[in-house]
Design a protein around this ligand. Structure first.
Ligand SMILES: [Zn+2]
Length: 619
């Protein structure tokens, strides 16, 4: 369609040229004109076959009678063959016509025009025959451009384009367009992907409010913290994101699993054994490197022996001491990676790690350079030697290029490239990297390139490494206990009428000591800034230890010094805890909420139906 439209445009321009410049030497022009009109005919024929804006019984002509049962209430399979056409008319006239334009929906002022216009361009002029038209568009550099538009055959100025079969199956309003222009398609996608959020100006006003309300003597740290909370935390939720939350859908997905693999022998820390590290037991599992080095131990077939490291990690993992095939969607991200520039400072290291990747070796890394005493020269020589082998030719990706680079090693030094591994599983070096103070970074980036994490790792005991992944959680628990005693007092006399009302409902319920009192199910709504958090603080100091304050997000719960509803009730997170609780977990949950009579959920609107169901289940 796009190509045909281009041909049609060429014909249109040829015709235009011919009209403006007389008719000498028009052989090529005529050829273009004919080809253009053929192409244009094909496009229109296809569009007519695909969709329609023709109404067999337009309501203006008074031949259509509104059916007693709305067509949306019927199923497609209920329509007898004899009624297919009248059903189509009913659908067209009930759901497919843009009958009313209103300022709250489609009427907009465009640019500096004074008149309101329907943004879907209704009403549309009637048209006898489908045609392709070219509209001049204004471009920045004063070049002439044309946009192709399909004007479809139409006898009803309010009818939206439709496809009969689809409309009758779907039985609700739908829109269909032919794509005749790549750019229009990209434009459409971009418009949707980059749709602005209506609350964005709030960010600016939050900034100003905080700055204006801070006294000059206040600590800048606090002001900045508040600001970040407001701007980052109370960000806009896009409509799609909200729908995903409400329906408890995943916010992201990926067609591949990327696994970070270190050639420095860093080992995966077991996070499951939590804080109780048995000193006798290592806190980490064998790394891919260990498994590869000892692969003969698991399978001594030549197929396995002749695999190089990259091929091996793509194919196998170790499950219960057995090599198990990995699914196809695994991508190992192997590091460290050094510049392959022969003139660069890290070329020897590049050669070392290339050898470890692509040359099959056994038991010890030194085996990759034939157990010779490692040195820069050895790495370089052995890699160059290896590249000349037929094994390398067959198994090293871009083998020819790599060999070429060495041959023409006179090239200028390029900047060093480094793979930054995205971590979805934690390894020792990643945890150690977190300990590195990121603000003290004069030499920080350099460290990342050439740092030997194995050496850093030797400063810590197995126990310390094992405790690091849960360090934050444990310390948080400790500080939470201290935290719970200290709330700011709230002066309930400063309440607005509505705050007062909500507060007294809670208070009356709380003071009611009768044995048959019903649970208090109360929703408190209010736009931002109406003092919901303030009310929560007051309710907290009223109910004291009888209540627990929760929120749906970690950030919101931090704001109100609470916990997340997920952590309080052990709600499902992704695939975890997706079951009824049993055993120890259940007992622990029951103990932790035993004395609690009230659960306050802040930002409840972010709670999806499914999650809400789980809350109900857990209570
Ligand atoms: Zn309109």
């Amino acid at each position: 369609m796009c190509d045909l439209t281009k041909t049609a445009l060429k014909g249109f321009l040829a015709q235009k040229y011919k009209n403006e410049h007389g008719s000498e030497n028009t052989l090529q022009l005529d050829h273009d004109i004919i080809a253009g009109s053929e192409a244009s005919g094909k496009v229109c024929k296809y569009v007519d076959w695909l969709l329609s804006t023709f109404n067999p019984c337009p309501p203006e002509e008074d031949v259509w009678i509104r059916p007693k049962i709305h067509p949306c209430q019927k199923w497609y399979h209920e329509i007898p063959d004899s009624a297919i056409d009248s059903d189509y008319c009913d659908l067209l006239n009930t759901v497919q016509r843009h009958t009313r334009c209103s300022t709250s929906y489609c009427l907009r002022k465009k640019g500096n025009e004074s008149e309101l216009k329907c943004r879907f361009n209704f009403p549309v002029e009637h048209c006898l025959k489908t045609k392709l038209e070219f509209q001049e568009i204004h471009s920045k550099n004063n070049e002439q451009h044309y946009r192709a538009i399909i004007v479809t055959k139409r006898n009803d100025s309010r009818l939206n384009s439709n496809q009969q079969l689809q409309l009758q199956g779907w039985r609700a309003n739908c829109d269909i367009q032919g794509v005749i222009d790549h750019y229009a398609c990209v434009e459409y996608l971009t418009k949707y992907a980059s749709k602005g959020e209506p609350l964005t100006p709030l960010l600016k006003s939050a900034f100003n409010t905080i700055i204006n309300n801070s006294s000059n003597a206040s600590h800048p740290h606090r002001a900045i913290k508040k600001l970040v909370m407001k701007t980052l935390g109370e960000r806009d939720y896009a409509a799609q994101e909200t729908m995903h939350h409400l329906l408890s859908l995943k916010l992201q997905s990926s067609s591949f699993h990327v696994i970070p693999v270190s050639l420095n022998g860093s080992q995966r820390v077991r996070t499951t054994c939590s804080s109780s590290i048995n000193n006798q037991e290592a806190c980490s599992n064998s790394s891919f490197l260990d498994i590869y080095a000892n692969r003969q131990h698991y399978d001594s077939s030549p197929d396995i022996t002749m695999l190089n490291f990259v091929q091996f990690v793509k194919k196998f993992k170790l499950v219960n001491n057995k090599l198990t095939k990995l699914p196809d969607d695994v991508i190992p991200r192997i590091f460290p990676t050094y510049s392959s520039n022969p003139k660069g400072p890290n070329y020897a290291l590049h050669c070392k790690y290339q050898l470890l990747r692509y040359k099959p070796w056994k038991l010890r890394q030194d085996n990759a350079w034939e157990d010779e005493q490692p040195s820069d020269q050895i790495y370089i020589n052995k890699w160059h030697e290896f590249l000349q082998t037929s094994y390398a030719k067959a198994n090293v990706p871009d083998w020819f290029d790599k060999l070429q680079t060495i041959v023409q090693s006179q090239e200028e030094a390029n900047s060093v490239s480094v793979d930054v591994a995205s971590a979805n599983t934690r390894e020792e070096w990643m945890i150690l990297a977190d300990l590195n103070t990121p603000f003290n970074n004069s030499s920080y980036e350099q460290t990342q390139l050439v740092h030997d994490w194995q050496e850093d790792r030797s400063h810590y005991t197995d126990q310390q490494i094992g405790e690091m992944p849960t360090w934050v959680t444990r310390n948080k628990e400790q500080s939470n206990r201290i935290h719970q005693q200290s709330f700011e007092p709230v002066d309930i006399n400063s309440f607005s009428q509505m705050q007062q009302l909500a507060y007294s409902i809670v208070k009356t319920h709380f003071k009611d000591t009768s044995s048959n009192k019903e649970p208090l199910c109360l929703i408190i709504n209010g736009v931002a800034g109406t003092g919901k958090s303030y009310l929560i603080t007051a309710i907290r100091s009223l109910l004291q230890s009888k209540c627990v304050i929760t929120a749906t997000t970690g950030k919101a719960s931090f704001n109100i010094f609470g916990v997340t509803i997920h952590s309080l009730l052990k709600l499902p997170c992704g695939s975890r805890r997706n079951n009824d609780l049993t055993g120890q977990t259940l007992i622990r949950l029951q103990e932790s909420v035993n004395d609690i009579d009230y659960i306050v959920i802040d930002e409840y609107s972010m709670l999806g139906q499914v999650t809400f169901g789980w809350v109900d289940k857990r209570c």
